[in-house]
Design a protein around this ligand. Structure first.
Ligand code: DUC
Ligand code: ZN
Ligand code: ZN
Length: 463
């Protein structure tokens, strides 16, 4: 037997175990894990290195039009950024245009991704309109592998759905096995607070945070849990930022409700003070929900360790600070924080930021794999194809060098964004090699892959 690849002698970390082993790959799949004595076309030495399943980022926005701007990262640059950060699969958000079908949006997003995306990709569908005919279309999408749907309780007039619409969508997933992903912030209250702040001349970036209080997130989280409970279905909260919202999730899970939530590295590593950086620099961090006051992140770290939060995704949504040709940037909101396009880059930094948390003893190495790969695979219909390195899984393999440091900077990241939210931060750990379905994309930190290599992931419905 000659394998295509053996990753030799690394410390293999799974969601449950850590052990030294060889990983053999044949025809794009993990063929065996253990002491492997057979030959291979390629042997990669991984002694002293960490070998993990490729990261799965269940929350990216590549090529996203929003608030009068479009993200600088399309599926080519966004996925390059992902793969250099050890993420081998993403689930991005297609956006339904009001009055149009899901199909229309899906075709559009397939066009954006196909031939460009390096990593394997699936889609969630952002629901902006949900009349009777869309309900039937929702069932079809689930059958086609687009099995999750994002609804917004924020952004009135753009994305926001009322409670009746949310409840109808939740009820439908009881029939079709889809999962509702919720952006939980009370958008109506936030709009009142924004209007008041602007009328009082409070226009600087920090007012983005001050007009989107924690309670607005906690209230919406509580309400959405109640709606899901009445519909009798699971619910998943995206980009949970506030400790108070986390407590709502925790309480619901304590009542054995199928409630799940992700947080994002920005809510763990940055805080509200970052909005007060000199000049307009704070605009880098304008995203929704906003960064929270110092001390909040400690609550999220504890919740992650306790499994009150289950996933860390990034909400990568990379608007540039400076405008480019035909491409407005965050400067749109120089005189009014509410016009700053919401979002920041993140897909490339997630694994190393969280590996740093392993070094600091915040989470175990197994929990690190669980929240970055195994659980997102399970919740979003990618398991057992992805999310682990047992025989039969896709050979999405990341080799991490735990002894080499990495300094985050816009000068070395692969996103096209003109800033890095973690500029200058050094962590212990570096992504050395990345394979997707057995093919090398990054070797020794250098690009060896092919643009457009990524395949569409037809995801399964909930079981
Ligand atoms: N939040 C952001 O910051 N950007 C895109 C959409 C969202 O919900
Ligand atoms: Zn959102
Ligand atoms: Zn998002």
């Amino acid at each position: 037997m000659t394998y295509d690849l053996i990753v030799k002698g690394g410390t293999v970390v799974s969601a449950s175990d850590t052990f030294i082993a060889d990983v053999a790959v044949s025809r794009g799949k993990v063929a065996a894990v253990g002491k492997i004595t057979e030959c291979a076309k390629r042997i990669l030495d991984a002694h002293g290195k960490i070998v993990i399943p490729g990261g799965i980022d269940a929350h990216t926005h590549f090529d996203m039009p929003f608030m009068g701007a479009t993200t600088i990262d399309n599926f080519a640059t966004g996925s390059m950024s992902a793969v250099f950060g050890g993420t081998t699969s993403i689930v991005d958000f297609a956006i339904q245009t009001k009055g149009k079908t899901f199909r229309h949006a899906l075709d559009d997003w397939h066009r954006r991704a196909q031939g460009n995306c390096v990593v394997d990709y699936g889609f969630h569908m952002i629901v902006t309109d949900f009349p009777e005919k869309q309900q039937k279309e929702m069932d079809k999408l689930v059958d086609e592998g687009v099995s999750s749907f994002k609804l917004f309780m924020a952004y009135p007039g753009i994305f926001m759905s009322d409670d009746a619409t949310i409840f109808r969508a939740l009820q439908r997933t009881r029939e079709n096995g889809g999962m509702i992903c919720m952006h939980a912030e009370n958008g109506s209250v936030i709009d009142v607070l924004i209007a008041k702040a602007i009328a009082q001349g409070k226009t600087a970036p920090e007012w983005h945070a001050l007009t989107r209080p924690m309670t607005a997130e906690a209230e919406a989280t509580h309400r959405a849990i109640a709606l899901a409970e009445m519909a009798g279905v699971p619910i998943y909260f995206v980009h949970l930022s506030a400790g108070d919202a986390m407590e709502e999730v925790r309480a619901a899970r304590g009542r054995d409700l199928p409630v799940f939530a992700e947080t994002c590295p920005q809510y763990l590593y940055l805080c509200e003070d970052d909005y007060r950086r000199p000049g307009f620099e704070g605009a880098q961090f304008v995203m929704s929900p906003p960064l929270r006051p110092k001390g909040n992140s400690e609550r999220l770290w504890k919740a992650l360790a306790r499994n009150d939060l289950q996933v860390v995704s990034t909400d990568h949504c990379s608007f540039c600070m400076k405008a480019g040709v035909n491409r407005p940037g965050k400067e749109l909101g120089k005189k009014d924080f509410s016009k700053i396009p919401n979002g920041a880059p993140g897909v490339e930094y997630r694994l190393l930021l969280l590996w740093d948390a392993v070094q600091k003893g915040r989470i175990s190495e197994n929990r690190f794999v669980e929240i970055t790969s195994t659980t997102p695979a399970k919740l979003f219909g990618l398991y057992p194809r992805k999310g682990h390195l047992n025989a039969g899984a896709d050979a999405d393999i990341v080799v991490l060098d735990p002894n080499k440091s990495h300094t985050f900077s816009r000068k070395n990241h692969h996103s096209a964004a003109d800033y890095n939210p973690y500029e200058g931060l050094t962590v212990k750990g570096s992504i050395r090699d990345v394979f997707i379905r057995g093919d090398a994309m990054v070797l020794d930190g250098a690009w060896v892959g092919r643009l457009g290599y990524g395949q569409f992931l037809k995801r399964t419905a909930r079981v």
